[in-house]
Design a protein around this ligand. Structure first.
Ligand code: ARG
Length: 464
């Protein structure tokens, strides 16, 4: 194969070493920015025509040529060349090949430094919007499940020890809240993504009288960036997304952990649909919650990518440095992984069967209503600290008897607290316990019902 002439080869006398070519190329991963690259180039060309640097005919030839290249790429007929290094030079070289010398005018007043910054911001703008859509879709599935499980009672845990009975709907809505913060974070990140660096050229701006407001409008950015040096070197917006993505994955990993525990033989709180589980090659009886485990595992990659990007940018002198090319594998991987995990998790949720009885039986164990007994004593004028002590002694006694609290007789209970009367037994039931927590944010089914409504309304507003 004959070597292609590099677009920057003017000052060079020797050809590029083969190893260097393979080492420096980025087209193997940045070719996926072709749409953004072409869109940015078309806007730049229109702007050059507006200020008289290109004739209208030239701009039209460039735009038509770029549109044809896009069609070729999408038809799988474009030949990417690592010799041409990256997506930008592959497309520009092909344009010149197709339309002749006019193609060589496209790069006037522009550099790959502001070009790549523009491309990646256009890409991230879509990525942010799509991430929010995926989050909302998962939230909707969670709210639907929560609505069906408002009256289901399971043990709430602290330290993974039975703490107090809670509504399963309430537990699921806790997941909804985590994802709601995630969506807000990605939406906030989008504000800083949506700033246009084009026009910064290599670093200092350009001597041509460019109209940055015009390109900004064409590319639908909210405003042109204010400092050319910052424009070509800033990658904060990627780190912000990578950070929001890490939080999303951390949240998913926590939900997965709940599901993995709940699906285990010792809990048996749920059955995950067969379509979302896999078997063992040796143990015929096994049905493993692999999706949940893999999502939990993939959180490591996304959190690692955040670390990579932070270290990539740490101590980089102004302005653009080639190091920045390494931003793409990390951010693409985070975006792809977050999409994949949110999608599969959302699909899996409706496949889960909640074993209401197993949850209820588990909540009956572990003295989950002990706090309710203490609260009952407080109503009977016992100071809370004393009530805590009395109930502690009662629980100790009940454990020795091998009985739950509600199985103790009134006389036995009165042995610890003489003020206890018959009405205590209503307080000791699981239903009594959850119903009692009837305030904003509490687990009483009445509150959970309202929380489900509010969540549904919020999601409706977001989608309209
Ligand atoms: N492939 C490069 C990147 O991703 C494009 C910018 C190259 N700029 C340069 N001055 N070599 O960052």
């Amino acid at each position: 194969m004959t070597q292609q002439k590099k677009l920057w080869s003017g000052r060079f006398t020797e050809p590029t070493n083969q190893l260097v070519e393979a080492f420096t190329e980025s087209v193997s991963f940045d070719s996926r920015l072709y749409r953004q690259d072409i869109r940015g180039s078309i806007a730049h060309s229109k702007m050059l025509a507006k200020i008289g640097v290109l004739t209208d005919d030239e701009a039209r030839a460039i735009e038509d040529g770029l549109a044809r290249i896009q069609n070729k790429i999408e038809a799988g007929e474009f030949e990417w060349s690592t010799e041409l290094e990256d997506v930008h030079m592959n497309i520009e070289a092909r344009l010149t090949e197709d339309i002749g010398d006019t193609g060589k005018k496209l790069h006037t007043g522009r550099s790959r430094n502001d070009q790549v910054a523009t491309d990646i911001r256009l890409y991230m703008r879509e990525a942010c919007s799509h991430t929010v859509e995926c989050l909302r879709a998962l939230q909707a599935k969670i709210v639907t499940a929560a609505e069906q499980e408002i009256d289901t009672i399971l043990p709430g845990f602290t330290h993974l020890q039975v703490a107090q009975p809670v509504s399963l709907g309430h537990h699921l809505l806790a997941w909804y809240e985590m994802l709601d913060r995630d969506a807000a974070r990605v939406e906030d990140c989008l504000k800083r993504v949506n700033i246009m660096p084009l026009g910064a050229a290599a670093l200092a701006g350009t001597s041509f009288p460019i109209d940055r407001h015009y390109t900004c409008e064409l590319l639908e950015f909210s405003e042109p960036s204010r400092n050319s040096l910052d424009s070509v070197s800033d990658r904060d917006f990627l780190i912000e997304y990578a950070s929001a993505a890490s939080l999303i994955m951390m949240h998913l990993s926590r939900m997965c952990e709940d599901l993995i525990l709940w699906a285990s033989e010792n809990y048996k709180f749920i059955d995950i649909g067969d379509a979302f589980c896999t078997g063992s090659s040796i143990m015929p009886q096994k049905k493993n919650p692999d999706i949940a485990e893999l999502v939990r595992g993939k959180s490591a990659r996304v959190i690692g990518n955040l670390q990579s990007l932070l270290v990539l940018m740490k101590a980089q002198p102004l302005t653009y440095n080639r190091d920045n090319q390494e931003d793409k594998p990390a951010i693409f991987d985070s975006v792809d992984t977050v999409y994949a995990c949110l999608r599969v998790f959302a699909e899996m949720i409706p496949s889960i069967k909640f074993n209401r009885d197993a949850m209820y039986q588990a909540a009956l164990k572990g003295y989950a209503t002990a706090t309710d007994l203490a609260d009952y004593l407080v109503v009977k004028q016992v100071p809370f600290r004393d009530a805590h002590e009395i109930v502690g002694n009662t629980v100790h006694y009940a454990i020795e008897q091998g009985k739950p609290l509600e199985a103790l007789s009134l006389e036995e209970l009165q042995g610890f607290g003489p003020m206890i009367t018959q009405d205590v037994f209503a307080v000791l039931t699981l239903e009594g316990s959850v119903n009692a927590r009837d305030h904003i944010g509490g687990t009483a089914p009445r509150q959970v019902k309202m929380a489900v409504k509010a969540a549904q309304q919020h999601l409706d507003e977001q989608s309209s």
